[in-house]
Design a protein around this ligand. Structure first.
Ligand code: AKG
Ligand code: FE2
Length: 364
């Protein structure tokens, strides 16, 4: 199936849209010293994972040198594939250095995300869709129509592949995001080749089986403005991502934590580095060998945090099941039922997010 990049413009003459209560505008109101109670976050139902504890641990997240995947020296490629296997088994998160995406492009992309959020609320509301599956959607919290607690986060989600959706404003956003997401797609596909080998499969196995030429790719940028009572609120609650691999960059402000062996580990942003995580469909595909790991975003009272995640999933219509080569009915039976990626996302996005709840529902 060929990858077609066509442009679908958002209606510029959108009907009047009511305000959605963005946290940016709330945080900027001059007299804000306490937050509305709808932002009070409590995770009593999930205390088994220490989800209440805000203080994180500092541990080194594995580092993968991407350039070695293309090394002509066989030992170097074998070594980085071993590193990938270990990072996926032990953590489900790793930092990727020497990835080949120009640092200037990463910076311009983050700059465009900042420009987007700095527009007037009316401009942003042009993309404020109620439909959680809309190709372009600006919003706040997660899904305000069902959220019982609101999250201290504004976001923009744009579907960029196999069909590229173009944002009319701010000027330049579309061009840069088209180039940027093309580059992250290449990095994700190369990493998935290495991951395929690390599972004992042929290099292109995942690429072919998931039809990654038509992979479903979404750009999500999150803005977490300063919050006067950061200990009471949550930016993004613990969740796993739904695709295969997510590539994340951010500004210099920390707040992201990943769950490692039941503890929250702080992510310290490094310049020119991707934070990559394995997501639900890699867990399904690998029959549970590579776990999709919980992560969350805390907020602070000093500075605005900006993150940019690009998710890379299978082709939408692909029914994803555990790979037959990794299943053996006697000793290692299939752990998940098959479902198309589209059905999976519809179920996920129209509900409130719970940590890994959908994966649990399709478990055999
Ligand atoms: O803001 C962050 O660092 C996390 C974002 C995230 O996990 C997501 O968008 O899925
Ligand atoms: Fe995430």
């Amino acid at each position: 199936m060929g990858a077609t990049t066509t442009e679908a413009h958002v209606e510029t003459e959108a009907p009047f849209r009511s305000k959605i209560g963005c946290v940016k505008e709330l945080a900027e109101s001059s007299d804000l010293t306490t937050i509305p109670s709808k932002y009070y976050y409590s995770s009593t139902s999930t205390t088994a994972l220490n989800l209440n504890q805000q203080h994180g641990f500092d541990e080194q997240i594995p580092i993968i040198d991407f350039s070695l995947l293309n090394s002509n020296i066989p030992n170097q490629r074998a070594k980085v594939i071993q590193d990938l296997a270990k990072a996926c088994l032990d953590w489900g998160f790793f930092m990727v250095i020497n990835h080949g995406v120009p640092e200037s492009l990463m910076e311009r992309m983050l700059g465009m995300c900042t420009h987007f959020f700095n527009q007037t609320e009316d401009d942003k509301l042009q993309c404020a869709e109620v439909d959680v599956l809309a190709p372009i959607r600006f919003g706040t919290s997660f899904n305000p129509s069902v959220d019982k607690v609101f999250f201290w986060r504004d976001f923009l989600r744009v579907r960029v592949h196999p069909q590229f959706h173009s944002l009319p404003k701010p000027a330049g956003f579309s061009e840069i995001s088209l180039e940027y997401t093309k580059r992250t797609r290449q990095v994700a596909r190369e990493l998935l080749k290495g991951i395929s080998e690390s599972l004992g499969l042929e290099e292109c196995y995942i690429d072919k089986a998931m039809e990654l030429e038509s992979c479903y790719q979404v750009l999500i940028t999150n803005l977490y403005p300063p919050c006067p009572q950061p200990e009471l609120a949550m930016g993004l609650p613990p969740h796993s991502d739904h695709g295969l691999l997510t590539l994340l960059i951010q500004n210099e402000i920390g707040g992201l934590q990943v769950n490692h062996n039941g503890k929250w580990v702080n992510v310290h942003p490094l310049p020119n580095t991707y934070l990559v995580n394995t997501a639900d469909h890699l867990e399904i595909l690998s029959n549970g060998r590579y776990k999709s790991v919980l992560h969350r975003a805390l907020v602070n009272d000093k500075a605005t945090r900006l993150s940019l995640a690009v998710t890379h999933g299978p082709c939408m219509d692909k029914v994803v099941t555990p790979v037959t080569e990794l299943v053996d009915s006697a000793n290692n039976p299939a752990l998940y039922h098959g479902m198309t990626y589209k059905e999976y996302m519809e179920a996920l996005l129209s509900n409130h997010i719970h940590p890994k709840s959908l994966l649990d529902r399709i478990r055999v």
